[in-house]
Design a binder for this molecule. Structure first.
Ligand code: PLP
Length: 418
């Protein structure tokens, strides 16, 4: 693949782009927006924006409380979104779908409930050096409190996980939990989760998967992967901010104590004590993010209608093209696996220009990329770089936008006289 005109995309991207109002807004006065910061957060289709508007205009009310029509309508929309999400990731029951604020909250929920109740001094949690801080810090906090140890699977030179080291950790340590991302938000590495889950289970450990970067971009089946917990964020998959999902195996969720206490998560309260509501409400204290959950349901509709296989295929073509074009630019180093399939994320450095300057010059061209450590400081330490620029693609990006990125990098080099 060397020429943009040879690329055959699985759907008409212009039709998709027409659904995203922000892509047609003037940016920096006149330049069109080229949004390549999708790993941080995605843009929203009109359907999702309208779903929020519609809720607030037409049936805004609290859920699970009122007997009045508005509350019933809101509850129906809120709960039907849960059913859509169950189907989207093929969970066995809607009771296994817990609404959270996002991936971070899902991980903290498991740390503060299952892990706090089940782990003790001497137990080991296995994570990896590639994790987002949200899959490191909650375990470190728990480790300080409970005397458990967090061990990290290292990287191989090719940007994949050292599976030998993983096997060794499982066989030599008292591992109770494996906490791993499905896909790295920096390198794009996609981990062999089904295999990692099988190995964890063989050694009596559970596995929690951070699916923040996988669910938006590829078909995910939590039962086929045989994972125990799986968590992701709505805002990275066309949905609103403030909503995410924790999937948990029903038997585990039934056994786990609740995390936050308050309204809606109880069955009965007396002054002497309380009993808990049925799943999933046991883990959903207080008024939830109703509009956001409904919006996420619409985002799932959008993704399902376009087809997760097609979206994944589109992104595969995009990342291959982006990697090829980036390799043409002298002084550019891209981090992550080569020659194996990876997610549509390219983290790179440009020799002689700090990543923040690269991002700033690109921004002047209307190109939004992220620069910094991308909430993965330990990984950047392993890579021996302070910061990278990151271009991350989604279903509405085009090969022409990759070309614009490359042009932007040449401009940056020119500005820095490189
Ligand atoms: N995990 C990964 C791999 C991520 O990329 C992110 C966000 O960038 C998160 C976790 C945290 O997601 P959130 O901030 O939506 O909770």
């Amino acid at each position: 693949m060397s020429n943009m005109t040879e690329l055959i995309l699985p759907y008409d991207v212009e039709t998709v782009r027409a659904d995203f109002p922000i892509l047609h807004e003037p940016h920096h006065d006149n330049v069109p927006l080229i949004y390549l910061d999708n790993a941080a957060s995605s843009q929203k289709p009109l359907k999702v924006i309208e779903a929020l508007d519609n809720y607030y205009r037409r049936y805004n009310a609290n859920v699970h409380r009122g007997i009045h029509k508005l509350s019933e309508e809101a509850t129906e929309a809120y709960e039907s979104a849960r059913i859509k999400i169950r189907k989207f990731i093929n969970a066995g029951s809607k009771r296994e779908i817990i609404y959270t604020k996002g991936t971070t909250e899902g991980i903290n929920l498991v740390a503060q409930t299952w892990a706090r109740a089940n782990l003790q001094n001497g137990d080991v949690i296995v994570s990896t050096v590639m994790e987002h801080h949200s899959n490191i810090v909650p375990w470190q906090m728990l480790a300080m409190e409970k005397g458990v140890t967090v061990r990290y699977v290292p990287l191989l030179d090719d940007g994949t996980l050292d599976m030998e080291a993983y096997r060794k950790l499982l066989s030599e340590e008292h591992v109770k939990l494996v906490a791993v991302a499905h896909m790295s938000n920096v390198l794009g590495t996609i981990h062999p989760i089904a295999e990692m889950a099988r190995l964890a289970h063989e050694h009596g450990a559970l596995i929690l998967v951070d699916g923040a970067q996988s669910v938006p971009h590829m078909p995910v089946d939590v039962q086929a992967l045989d994972v125990d917990f799986f968590t992701f964020s709505g805002h990275k998959m066309l949905g609103p901010t403030g909503i995410g999902i924790l999937y948990g195996r029903r038997d585990l969720l039934e056994e786990m104590p609740p995390w936050m206490g308050g309204g809606d998560m109880i069955s009965r309260v007396t002054l002497e004590g309380s009993t808990w509501a049925e799943l999933p409400h046991k883990f959903e204290a207080g008024t939830p993010n109703i509009a956001q959950a409904i919006g996420l349901g619409y985002a799932v509709d959008y993704l399902t209608e376009l087809g997760m296989d097609k979206i994944h295929e589109h992104e595969k073509i995009m990342i291959e093209y982006a990697l090829e074009r980036l390799s043409e630019v002298p002084g550019v180093t891209v981090y992550g696996p080569e020659g194996v399939h990876k997610g549509a994320v390219a983290a790179f450095t440009v020799a002689g220009i700090h990543a923040h300057d690269v991002a700033q010059i690109l921004d002047m061209e209307g190109i939004a990329v992220r620069a910094g450590h991308h909430c993965a400081m330990p990984l950047h330490n392993e890579l021996h770089v302070n910061a990278t620029a990151r271009a991350s693609f989604y279903l509405y990006n085009t090969p022409a936008e990759v070309d614009a990125l490359i042009e932007g990098l040449y401009k940056a080099q020119k500005a820095f006289k490189i």
